[in-house]
Structures are given as C-alpha cells and as structure tokens.
Design a protein around this ligand. Structure first.
Ligand SMILES: *[C@@H]1O[C@H](CO)[C@@H](O)[C@H](O)[C@H]1NC(C)=O
Ligand SMILES: *[C@@H]1O[C@H](CO)[C@@H](O)[C@H](O)[C@H]1NC(C)=O
Ligand SMILES: *[C@@H]1O[C@H](CO)[C@@H](O)[C@H](O)[C@H]1NC(C)=O
Ligand SMILES: *[C@@H]1O[C@H](CO)[C@@H](O)[C@H](O)[C@H]1NC(C)=O
Length: 268
C-alpha cells in the first residue's frame, strides 16, 4: 500500500470515526408536553423537544400503525424545538418522538411521549366504598362507573396517574374497581378516574368529578385535614354526570383521516 493511499484511507476512516464520536456526545433529545400529557379535547398543546445548541432543525414524529410518520418540523429556539398543536382532536392522541438534525446527521430519538386526549366521551363517576372517609389501616375501594361499556379505566390522584385497570361490563355500562388494602395518611388526596377503550388507548373520557379521600388516624383527636363539616359525607363523594340529556355521541375515530403533513423525511 502506498503512503498516499494509506493516508487517504485513514482520512476517510478517521473522519468517519470522529463524526460518529461527535454524534455520540450530542445529547439525546427529550420531549415533553408543556402542561402535561393529558390534554382536554379542543385545547391547544405545545410539545417541547429539548436537544442541543448545535441543532439545525427539529422534527416531531408519531407512531401510526407499524410506521412512524413525521408530523411537523420546527426551527430551533435556544436549545429547544417547539411544536404547537392548536385545538387537539382525537386524531392527535398517540405516541410521539422527536429528534434533531445537526451538522453530522440526525440525533437519536427522544423517549416516547404518550399524548392522551381527554373529554372525548362523557365523564364516569367515581365513588369510594365503604366511604370516602376511612380510618387508617382499613380497606377502601374506588369504583369508576360509567353508562358506556369501556374496558379500561385509569385512576389519578392529585393529577398523577396511580394505576390503570380493567373495567368490567356492569348493568348497561362498565365498572372498574381499584382497591387499596390498608390506607394510611399518604393516600389522602383528590382522586379522579377516566375510562377508555383498550384498542384506542390514548383517547379518554372526561375526568370524573373529583373525590377527596380523607384518612382518619385513630388515636389522634382529629384529622387536621378534615373538612369543616365532616358529618356531611355527601359533599365528599362524587356524583354521577348530570347532563344526561346533552350526552355527546361517541365519535368514530378513523385512522385513515390521520393528520399527516407529508411523507416522513427519513426511514427507520
Ligand atoms: C399551560 O398552562 C399555563 C398556566 O396555566 C397557561 O398559561 C398556558 O396557556 C398553558 N399552555 C397551553 C399550551 O395550554
Ligand atoms: C381488607 O381486605 C382483606 C381482603 O381483601 C381482608 O382480609 C381484611 O380483613 C380487610 N381489612 C379490613 C380492616 O376491613
Ligand atoms: C371488585 O372487583 C373484583 C374482581 O372483579 C370483585 O370480586 C369485587 O367484588 C369488586 N368489588 C366491588 C366492591 O365491586
Ligand atoms: C402507606 O402505604 C403504602 C402502601 O400502600 C406504603 O408504601 C407506605 O410506606 C405507607 N406509608 C406510611 C407512612 O405508612
């Protein structure tokens, strides 16, 4: 091998290696929804992709069946790319990823962001058995009940998801129950439930009305978190949705009417 050839060969190989090394040190982007990943129908949402100062362009992709399609792109501002979705519809629900373009290629993908659109169906009603006021150490069961036949239910406490579970056929609707075997003071809080269909897991009902769980601690004179009027338990339990007359029809969600803004720019 001549000297020139080996120099050329090294130029190519070494340059390739250096570029790969640079790409490795560029941060992996992270994607988040500005006000949380539960977005009420019709509300606007901003997805922020945090990448690198070296980013030239950000793209947002979404799982669509077995494919991933590009939804939007955005010019960098600071170390972020910002994607505005004005007025979410059920079609915006799903799994998103972002990545960015820089001088030596594409960054890695972010972790997935699961965007859930709520309020597509009527709210369910949440209640607690035996009551929403329980003594520490006792069992409590949350019942999320609906007049529609859902098969999944999610329970939230203070805005955070606690668990998801199966909903069962009950009367002409569905019922999910979530049991907490031995409550303690950490279970105090405001609970809400949502229902949905497992075959369309990111399109949810409106939240139930809030239910406040009070945990009393035996042996203490009073629970300092108790309401002014603890005798009136009625105010503590959520009531079923009232606007039965104004019930919205289930929307048919067709995957084919999916939002796309052109073909994906890159294969996977
Ligand atoms: C996010 O929440 C803040 C504060 O509540 C609000 O001002 C802002 O408009 C919300 N952003 C979106 C995209 O809804
Ligand atoms: C809680 O439930 C378990 C079984 O689910 C039962 O064995 C236990 O006695 C219950 N505890 C109370 C305090 O009711
Ligand atoms: C909760 O669900 C379990 C399992 O389906 C069932 O055995 C139990 O009776 C239910 N509890 C209530 C209070 O509905
Ligand atoms: C309350 O119960 C949970 C389990 O349900 C447990 O992880 C936690 O440590 C308990 N907290 C206290 C203060 O006992």
């Amino acid at each position: 091998m001549t000297h020139t050839l080996s120099v050329l060969l090294c130029l190519g190989l070494c340059l390739g290696q250096r570029m790969r090394a640079e790409a490795d040190t560029l941060p992996r982007p992270s994607l988040r929804a500005e006000n949380g990943s539960l977005v009420p129908l019709g509300r606007s949402v901003i997805l922020r992709c945090q990448g690198s100062v070296e980013a030239d362009d950000y793209i947002l992709e979404k799982d669509h069946g077995s494919r991933r399609i590009q939804i939007m792109d955005a010019k960098p501002s600071g170390i972020e790319g910002e994607f505005h979705i004005p007025g979410v519809t059920a079609k915006h629900a799903g799994t998103y990823y972002c990545s960015y373009l820089h001088s030596s290629g594409w960054s890695e993908h972010s972790d997935p962001l699961e965007l859930v659109v709520t309020g597509v169906y009527d709210p369910s009603s949440l209640s607690a058995l035996p009551s929403s006021m329980v003594a520490s150490g006792h069992n409590v069961t949350f019942l999320c009940q609906s007049q529609r036949w859902y098969d999944r239910s999610a329970l939230y406490k203070n805005g955070e998801q606690i668990t998801q579970g199966r909903a069962q056929h009950h009367l002409r609707g569905s019922l999910a129950n979530f049991s907490i075997p031995a409550v303690n003071s950490t279970h105090r809080g405001t609970y809400r439930c949502y229902n949905f269909y497992s075959y369309f897991p990111y399109v949810w009902s409106a939240p139930s009305s809030p239910l406040v769980l009070w945990v009393t601690v035996p042996g203490t004179s009073k629970d300092d978190h108790l309401p002014q009027n603890p005798g009136n338990l009625q105010v503590l339990t959520s009531s079923p949705p009232t606007q039965t007359g104004a019930r919205r029809r289930v929307r048919r969600i067709t995957e084919s009417s999916y939002l796309t803004s052109g073909q994906a720019r890159r294969g996977h």
